[in-house]
Design a protein around this ligand. Structure first.
Ligand code: SF4
Ligand code: SF4
Length: 403
């Protein structure tokens, strides 16, 4: 006999989902075309039809602990095939935002980053922190060629930003982000365990081998590639993903050289060809191309990318701002525009601080949540992909229903 289930609707949650981008979720009439259309939804746990009815009923607990929402790669094929225009792809995206908010540690930062009404405060905090850094460093630009790092405070100032203060501030922000994300993901893993039964006849595998299995799928984007209906999204995401990893590795090596070994990176002495510089530049180009394609498609083909919520735009604002100001800083310095270099560098620091501080609460955190959800699914043998379905072709009856 099926296990008894008592529904506890949370209608405010449904309203929040609608506000977060699931605008059309109430149009769904449960035909299940979307679950059939989705090429990567496995046969033993198809989505997104079930998520649509849970969303309409306000079943918050089921939705925010549903690992399947992270298996979706937002190709939006289900939305284009939906005969009711209910846009299930957008609803899944809105649920993912709510998961990040619900698991945020501390919780108020989830609201700060996710709510449009908080934009001024959210962007003001990094401005104030970098302003304090400038205050400690003594505001003025140093004389002579561009020198970012100062090892002495005024009146003997020998660079723009007092390095020890910068290290304390940015290392502190990074540590905060790492600890906060770790606590959030740990809570999420526990929630998945508490709210999803292990399929009958299976025993849950430990976390580490499940994570390795998940990463072997995530790093090459192998499942993402199966979303053939929107293959350009796969290519651009892959470029941006590996570009970002390359930039993170570059930053880590440079920071280690400067902060631990006391070696200045060659990039500070003009264009060079050393491996770290090649890695940095190739990664930056890959990141910008990937991100640029995604942004262009978001603006020019919204039917294939889905609607863009404030949560999406805040993420784009942060990473695009970081990338562009970083590039402009380098261009200004090469062009000999010394004052402009310092101004753009200051803005760049504000964006980097925004990125670090809000990493666990912005859309950036989807990297961690998706990884944990896929690892959890692997750990219990859920969502085993048996076949990749052919592209769905709507039947005459589905088209009739749309009219
Ligand atoms: S295809 Fe549309 S109407 Fe049908 S179940 Fe999916 S979301 Fe609902
Ligand atoms: S957006 Fe794509 S991957 Fe996600 S449920 Fe729809 S069809 Fe599947």
């Amino acid at each position: 006999m099926a296990k008894e289930f008592v529904a506890e609707p949370d209608l405010q949650f449904t309203k929040d989902l609608i506000a977060a981008g699931g605008t059309d979720l109430k149009k769904c009439y449960q035909c299940a075309t979307c679950s059939v259309a989705c090429r990567i939804a496995p046969d033993n746990n198809p989505y997104p039809r079930k998520e649509m009815i849970w969303a309409q009923w306000g079943l918050k607990n089921k939705l925010i602990n549903d690992p399947d929402i992270w298996l979706c790669h937002q190709c939006n094929d289900c939305s284009t095939q939906c005969p009711r225009g209910a846009n299930p792809g957008d609803t899944l995206k809105a649920i993912r935002k709510m998961v990040v908010q619900e698991n945020s540690r501390p919780a108020f930062l989830g609201k700060l980053v996710g709510e449009k009404s908080m934009f001024v405060l959210a962007t003001g905090i990094p401005v104030i922190l970098v302003g304090l850094l400038l205050y400690v460093s003594g505001w003025s630009f140093p004389e002579g060629p561009v020198t970012y790092s100062a090892h002495h405070l005024p009146p003997k100032k020998d660079g723009f930003i007092f390095t020890p203060a910068l290290q304390v501030l940015f290392t502190g922000a990074l540590l905060f982000a790492v600890i906060s994300l770790f606590l959030s993901l740990k809570a999420y893993w526990q929630n998945l365990n508490d709210n999803n039964p292990v399929p009958a006849g299976r025993q849950q595998k430990p976390f580490v081998p499940s994570l390795v299995e998940a990463l072997s799928e995530i790093l090459p984007h192998s499942t993402f590639k199966d979303c053939e209906a929107n293959n350009i999204r796969y290519s651009s995401h892959l470029l941006a993903f590996w570009g970002m990893i390359g930039l993170a590795v570059t930053t880590g090596i440079v920071a280690f050289n400067v902060d631990i070994l006391g070696i200045l990176p060659p990039s500070l002495n003009g264009p060079g060809t050393v491996p770290i510089k090649i890695l940095g530049n190739v990664s930056a180009v890959a990141f910008i191309i990937g991100l640029g394609i995604m942004l262009m498609r978001r603006l020019t083909a919204p039917d294939q990318t889905g609607g863009s919520s404030y949560f999406d735009w805040f993420f784009i604002y942060t990473i695009l701002g970081t990338g562009l100001t970083g590039l402009l800083t380098e261009l200004f310095r090469w062009s000999g525009i010394i004052g402009g270099t310092y101004v753009v560098y200051t803005i760049h620091l504000i964006f980097v601080m925004t990125l670090l501080l809000y990493l666990p609460f912005s859309k950036f955190a989807h990297i961690g949540y998706r990884t944990v959800a896929i690892a959890w699914s692997k750990s219990v043998g859920r969502n085993l992909k048996t076949t990749v379905r052919p592209n769905y072709v709507p039947s005459a009856s589905a088209e009739t229903a749309a009219e």
